[in-house]
Design a protein around this ligand. Structure first.
Ligand code: BEZ
Length: 602
């Protein structure tokens, strides 16, 4: 393969700033279709180009594409100040204008990249830049509030914010104050700040203590945006300004979405797909959406689909999913416009856990999905896995109340799941929940041992009738697959901050003692519960540091100090008058899941 690379090509933005850009071109005069990556992580960084979640750059060039990689404003070799998300819409648009004016560009552009780079694609896609024919956001979001920074239920993704912001602050610190912002406070002692940021990342207290932002001046000194994130706990104008999901009609390019069941972004990855399928601004964009989801997390090293408590087999690895091939087929179809290329991919390809197989589907939600109630039941002592909580298809006939304390000083630790990458010591993935199921502040509801497979693929919802002693409390839920050997393997999880029960923008305190029906978005999964397994739900008041812990005061969480913390006594009511239930998306497919007509398991 022969190609040329032009390094640090200055690409002018509308305000005169020139962003540093590398251009890889195949041999020959062109013009070529172009695949654009915009990154805050370094356009020259081997991490970007060796990342197994992303397509192989050499293969893209070999297939005849020019590949363009750009350092976003204020990062790498591009001048300016890095304010996450703030400039990517405009700068993405201006880069498309420049690209389509180059003699080596044939006028057709696709974008690619994961995470931040995926969000940046959505931001460019809602601009009016020319030439954009396809997007390929990998483990990304079109709504940065919903993921990765907060969650649909209104709780902060504490682990993600602290980990990512600390690393971004370190990169800023290394660059020094931006030339165009002379007011940026020069660090009194850059070495001490770097030390504070690094030791903050490794601080084991992150696993069980509140977000000590006030104790972290180095973070806000080098990335003032981190303070803004905490200052905007609601999905207000600050978030809406950089939320492409609010403007799907402006998106006219189809997207290839790649996600992981244990990725912090997965809920928004799926929501991007469903929103664009219905509301994108062109028939091609609505029809051309594709989605691939494997049993992966965001953390590097989990791409093999192998975790300490659960291995899905080597065919679950991201390499086996041929991410490069999937990208190439998608770009050939939509960037090159080659309708002659057999687009043999079905719209949705998912890794179905439990049976541990890949399966192609027509769409998401899967055709034929049957949302089915599994009721919480028991005699009022569901605390711990040894309690009396059950999960049943038949509505319970007696009322009961399960009670737990949420103590913000001792939140329930996150074990696996969709934590980011574990800088704090938490790690993502299908972890055994046994260690938290011994806690009195964790309610456990378990179904009978299954005598046939039950497939759950789709969006999981939890509806709970809850009263609290506090003006605000969190309700967290986890869906768990209990294996015959006793392992309680986490599938998906969610949270609702009660003050946001009616609106993500207009918090309303709880009336202590009043029973409310609360709906918890439990995110998405795909799993066949096999015969001999049991379906389990855990309910608690925290899942920390996946989500920040509720201080119980009803006030601004980021401002609440240690002395303010309130222990909440929370009650889950269940029975005929209070139908608390887990709503599972049941699927019937030959040879996989067959929920019974008679209503078992119960
Ligand atoms: C990422 O680019 O990997 C990333 C961005 C935001 C939050 C977490 C991860």
């Amino acid at each position: 393969m022969t190609f040329t690379v032009d390094v640090d090509v200055p690409v002018p933005m509308r305000d005169g700033t020139a962003l540093a850009t590398n251009v890889w071109r195949p041999e020959g005069p062109g013009p070529f279709p172009v695949l654009l990556l915009r990154t805050p992580y370094g356009k020259d960084d081997a991490g970007t180009f060796g990342n197994p979640k992303l397509p192989d750059v050499f293969a893209l060039v070999d297939a005849g594409y020019a590949v363009v990689a750009q350092d976003v404003r204020g990062t790498g070799r591009s001048p300016g100040t890095f304010v996450p998300h703030a400039d990517e819409g405009r700068d993405g648009t201006d880069t498309l204008v420049w690209l389509t004016g180059q003699p080596w560009c044939d006028g057709a552009v696709g974008m690619w990249g994961g995470s931040y780079m995926g969000i940046a694609q959505w931001q460019a896609a809602v601009g009016d830049g020319p030439g954009l024919r396809a997007l390929a956001p990998v483990m990304a979001s079109a709504d940065p509030y919903g993921a990765p920074w907060y969650s649909p239920g209104g709780a902060l993704s504490q682990d993600a914010v602290l980990t990512w912001a600390s690393l971004a602050a370190l990169r800023n610190l290394r660059r020094g104050p931006a030339a165009d912002t002379p007011d940026t406070p020069a660090p009194a002692d850059a070495a001490a700040d770097a030390e504070a940021l690094l030791s903050g990342l490794a601080d084991p207290r992150l696993l069980h203590e509140p977000l000590p932002l006030a104790d972290r001046p180095a973070l806000t000194r080098h990335l003032p945006w981190a303070g803004q994130v905490l200052g905007h706990p609601e999905r207000d104008a600050f978030w809406r300004e950089t939320a492409p999901i609010d403007h799907p009609d402006r998106v006219t390019a189809p997207a290839l979405h790649v996600g992981g069941w244990y990725d912090v972004f997965v809920g928004e990855t799926v929501r991007s797909y469903t929103t664009m399928r219905r509301h994108a601004g062109s028939a091609a964009a609505r029809d051309g959406q594709r989605m691939v989801i494997g049993p992966w997390s965001h953390a590097d090293g989990t791409d093999l689909g192998t975790y300490p408590d659960r291995s899905f087999g080597l065919h679950a690895s991201i390499k086996a999913a041929d991410i490069t091939g999937v990208h190439l087929r998608f770009f050939d179809r939509w960037v090159r416009g080659r309708t002659d290329v057999a687009d043999d991919d079905r719209r949705v390809r998912i890794f179905v856990m439990g049976i541990d197989r890949w399966r192609d589907e027509e769409d998401w939600p899967l055709p034929g999905t049957r949302p089915t109630d599994f009721f919480l039941s028991g005699a009022g002592r569901a605390n711990t896995a040894d309690g009396d909580g059950t999960l049943t298809r038949r509505p319970p006939t007696a009322e009961a109340v399960d009670t737990f304390r949420h103590d913000p000083r001792h939140p329930v630790p996150s074990l696996g799941g969709t934590v980011l990458a574990g800088a704090s010591g938490a790690y993502p993935g299908p972890a055994d929940q046994a260690p938290v199921e011994t806690r009195e502040d964790v309610l456990v509801y378990t179904g009978d041992v299954l005598d046939r497979p039950v497939e759950v693929t789709g969006h999981v919802t939890l509806v709970l009738h809850v009263s609290s002693s506090a003006p605000d409390t969190d309700v967290t839920g986890k869906l768990v697959d209990v294996h015959p050997d006793g392992r309680a393997i986490l599938l998906c999880e969610g949270v609702l901050r009660a003050r946001y029960r009616t609106s993500p923008t207009d918090p309303e305190p709880l009336e202590p003692g009043t029973v409310y029906e609360l709906t918890v978005d439990m995110n998405v999964t795909s799993n066949v519960f096999l015969p001999g397994h049991r379906i389990r739900l855990e309910v608690a008041g925290s899942n920390f540091p996946r989500y920040d812990r509720n201080t119980g005061t009803g006030g601004a969480l980021a401002a609440d100090g240690d002395d303010d913390l309130v222990v909440a006594v929370d009650r889950v009511h269940h029975g005929p008058a209070h139908p608390s239930r887990l709503v599972l998306p049941l699927i019937e497919r030959p040879g996989t899941g067959h929920p019974t007509a008679t209503g078992t398991p119960a």
